[in-house]
Design a protein around this ligand. Structure first.
Ligand code: EPZ
Length: 416
């Protein structure tokens, strides 16, 4: 992607459906033989991967614009193919539904990835507590059960994936599954609502979520929630370029942690019923933040936020509390003139007045977004390699940026 930066972005951008809500919703289709109709589904590489996976397990899929219908073509297979799971960790979420529905499942171990080791121990301990006999061998997880039974499971960390895995499995388990210390990200809550629409009973409490399973679940018609991470990224693109961007079709409270930091940084923030507008006049001030489980500052917005803070006045600090090594963007930002250094899990940032254009490489989705933002701010032409990562998480990124006034070109081969 070639970006000629240095111009303030302004205008309105509509948020796509949330990738991280669409993916578990697609896997929820494995819980039922009835059709599942999902609307506001983002057209993304990760969504394609999820569809490839459910198709290989016996589903057929039909797109109509942003509407996706998933129907059962043949009884599901209990064995997940290796390629999609290796390409996308979220694919591991098929384990719970297959085990709950078929009594057995064989799924490749997803392994680590660019943002850290990312174990699945909480998923496996949880499924074992519900009566799954789990064995991990030769890179595969094999699970069997004579029938899952609801139990109380405590999560050491409010893991998004583990909570989703247990909600999916619990929806077809006998009795009540109680998850203590669950993740409360909007995408998790969205999945729980979809499962309710399919017939399970879900009740959220202060410290728990309780799901009462059904012997069989029905199909449903479901609209995916807006992508708060995508919306936040465009707001940051406006902010870093000294412009004014409105994200519409969002749930503003999902963006609360980011908006508080914008306010502290001295930006103008306006909030409507389903939109948020952020404007920068002059240079923003540095801020201090820690990522954390929702409603904490989202780790998925940490990389683009770091780019924004790289050019904010004074000192900032960003502590990453969710993933072990999610600072792949830092070295590349430093090549663009950013002044920052890592101290354990904390990144100390000394804001510079300007970034300089460079050729950089995106190591993962959100680090890629961070580099796009830095390139939009740097006066001159930057080249970002590794844009396949961006296609995993941002629908129509070049088009949406262009609509805000950015000069962006996506090249299939080297642009030069
Ligand atoms: C989800 O990943 C998201 N992915 C991530 O978005 C997001 O960054 C993350 O939640 C946190 O919000 C999807 O929803 C598809 P976790 P997930 O389980 O479920 C540790 C993006 O860019 N952990 O909450 O994998 C884990 O190692 C992606 O869109 C265990 O130790 O996140 C990590 O340090 C990246 N054992 C922490 O918990 C486990 O069994 C949080 O992981 C599970 C997790």
């Amino acid at each position: 992607m070639v970006i000629s930066g240095g111009r303030p972005l302004s205008g309105t951008v509509r948020a796509a459906g949330a990738k991280n809500a669409a993916l578990p919703a697609i896997f929820a289709s494995l819980l039922t033989s009835e059709p599942l109709l999902l609307t506001r589904v983002p057209r993304l590489r990760d969504v394609e991967t999820a569809l490839e996976l459910v198709q290989s397990l016996g589903k057929e899929v039909h797109w109509r614009g942003e509407e996706l219908e998933i129907r059962e073509q043949a009884p599901p297979s209990p064995v997940a193919p290796e390629a999609p799971v290796r390409r996308m960790r979220a694919s591991f979420l098929v384990l719970g539904p297959l085990l709950a529905r078929l009594g057995r499942a064989r799924v490749p171990h997803p392994g680590g990835c660019a943002i850290g080791p990312r174990p699945v121990d909480l998923h496996l301990e949880g499924l074992a507590a519900l009566g799954g006999e789990i064995q991990a061998r030769q890179g595969w997880v094999e699970a069997r059960t004579a029938g899952l039974v609801g139990r109380t499971v405590y999560l050491d960390f409010p893991s998004v994936g583990a909570t989703e895995q247990l909600l999916l499995a619990g929806a077809l388990a006998r009795g009540e599954t109680v998850i203590l210390n669950p993740a409360r990200e909007p995408e998790v809550v969205d999945l729980s609502r979809l499962l309710s629409a399919m017939g399970a009973e879900v009740v959220w409490g202060e410290d728990r979520v309780v799901i009462r399973g059904r012997k069989e679940l029905a199909g449903a018609h479901w609209e995916v929630i807006p992508d708060r991470i995508e919306a936040g990224t465009y707001l940051l693109a406006g902010a870093i370029t000294g412009g004014r961007v409105r994200a519409c079709g969002v749930v503003p409270r999902h963006l609360a942690a980011l908006l508080v930091k914008f306010d502290q940084a001295g930006l103008e923030v306006e909030v409507g019923e389903d939109w948020v507008e952020v404007a920068a006049s002059g240079r923003a001030r540095g801020v201090h933040l820690e990522t954390g489980p929702y409603p904490g500052f989202p780790t998925d917005l940490q990389p683009p936020m770091v780019s924004f803070l790289a050019v904010a006045e004074g000192e900032s600090s960003v502590t990453e509390r969710v993933f072990a090594s999610r600072f792949g963007h830092v070295g590349e930002l430093m090549r663009m003139g950013a002044r920052m250094r890592l101290q354990g899990a904390t990144l100390l940032i000394d804001g510079v007045e300007e970034l300089t254009p460079a050729r950089v490489r995106a190591p993962d989705i959100r680090a890629g977004a961070a580099l796009v933002l830095a390139a939009l701010a740097a006066r001159g032409t930057s080249e970002i390699e590794g844009t396949e990562h961006l296609a995993r998480g941002y629908q129509g990124l070049p088009e949406k940026l262009r609509a805000l006034g950015a000069e962006v070109e996506l090249c299939r081969t080297n642009c030069r």
